[in-house]
Design a protein around this ligand. Structure first.
Ligand code: SAH
Length: 293
């Protein structure tokens, strides 16, 4: 069923007496070309399973079902169950699961739903609810070790933060943390006119390819992440101030440490690359017990 057609979508909603819910970011894609393009770029193929987050009324799900070995589609909105079952009736390789994605152990769910002996190879493909974009990205990058790729549509401004370069206004925690775990690629911009109802913002699709291991080695990952959070919360402070505050050393000592690794004390965190920031944390931790933090 062509749920990417606005008239089909509207009559389906009428039939089941459902309406798009803003709190769950329900903006359904109604552009067949964009949907085709996303499904095509996702890497879904008959050897792989696909996880879709937020299937909505199944426009993307149908395309993924045609390409994949099996699709696990997880949506929070139980009222979509009956219309989704109708839309997906021709596809016998789709498993629907109604839950909050942030509470689901994706890999365990895949194993259970498809009755597998072990976690299969899979990709994620989704037009995700925009209000939980960052938590979803971190859930995928931190807790889904077998995921091969994630192709995610999100608000355009968030996508721009992910692919930002050091020194630009968009560069920050999200850029660094995604770069730590994955290669990121901008696939396409998607106009707000491609959705029903029409949202207030434009969108873009980003593809994440997780690295086998994080991009670089840090002495203590928790301290590294905490330092990045702290430095970017005060992004107008110099790196001298934020590092001396965070590591609780005086400014002369902090300056020496920074100079040792070639960072100018008056630089701002957003001018530094992931490698430089990791080098900084390793330098300040040098010789100390990690347990101190
Ligand atoms: N993929 C569909 C719908 C996208 S709208 C399309 O492109 O047309 C976003 C979808 O995410 C909605 O169906 C909404 O119910 C679902 N959603 C919102 N919050 C969620 C959460 N926490 N967990 C799982 N699904 C969620």
């Amino acid at each position: 069923m062509q749920t990417s057609s606005p008239s089909v979508l509207r009559s389906l909603m009428q039939q089941y007496e459902i309406y798009p819910k803003k709190r769950w970011g329900q903006n359904f894609l109604i552009d067949g070309n964009i949907l085709e393009n996303i499904a095509l770029s996702s890497g879904a193929n008959p050897d792989l399973y696909t996880v879709e987050i937020g299937p909505g009324l199944g426009a993307l799900t149908q395309l993924l079902a045609k390409k994949s070995r099996g699709v696990l589609a997880i949506d929070i909105d139980k009222s979509l169950e009956r219309p989704l079952q109708q839309v997906l009736a021709p596809y016998h390789n789709v498993q629907l699961h109604f839950a909050d994605i942030l509470d689901v152990d994706l890999e365990a769910e895949l194993v259970q739903r498809f009755d597998l002996a072990q976690v299969p190879e899979y990709v994620v493909c989704a037009n995700i609810p925009y209000n939980i974009t960052s938590p979803i990205i971190f859930q995928l990058l931190e807790n889904c070790p077998h995921m091969q790729k994630a192709t995610l549509m999100m608000q355009k401004e968030v996508a721009e933060r992910i692919i930002a370069q050091p020194g630009s206004k968009d560069y920050g925690l999200l850029t660094l943390m995604t770069h730590y775990y994955a290669d990121t690629r901008w696939l396409m911009k998607v106009s707000r006119n491609c959705f029903y109802p029409r949202p207030e913002v434009d969108s873009a699709v980003i593809q994440f390819t997780p690295l086998p291991q994080p991009r670089l080695q840090v002495q203590n990952e928790e301290v590294f992440k905490a330092f990045l959070r702290s430095a970017f919360q005060m992004r107008r402070k110099t790196i001298l101030n934020s590092s001396s505050l965070f590591f609780q050393v005086n400014k002369t000592q902090a300056q020496q440490q920074l100079e040792t690794i070639g960072i100018k004390p008056n630089q701002r965190p957003e001018e530094l690359s992931l490698e430089q920031l990791a080098g900084l944390v390793n330098q300040f931790l040098g010789g100390r017990s990690n347990a101190v933090y």
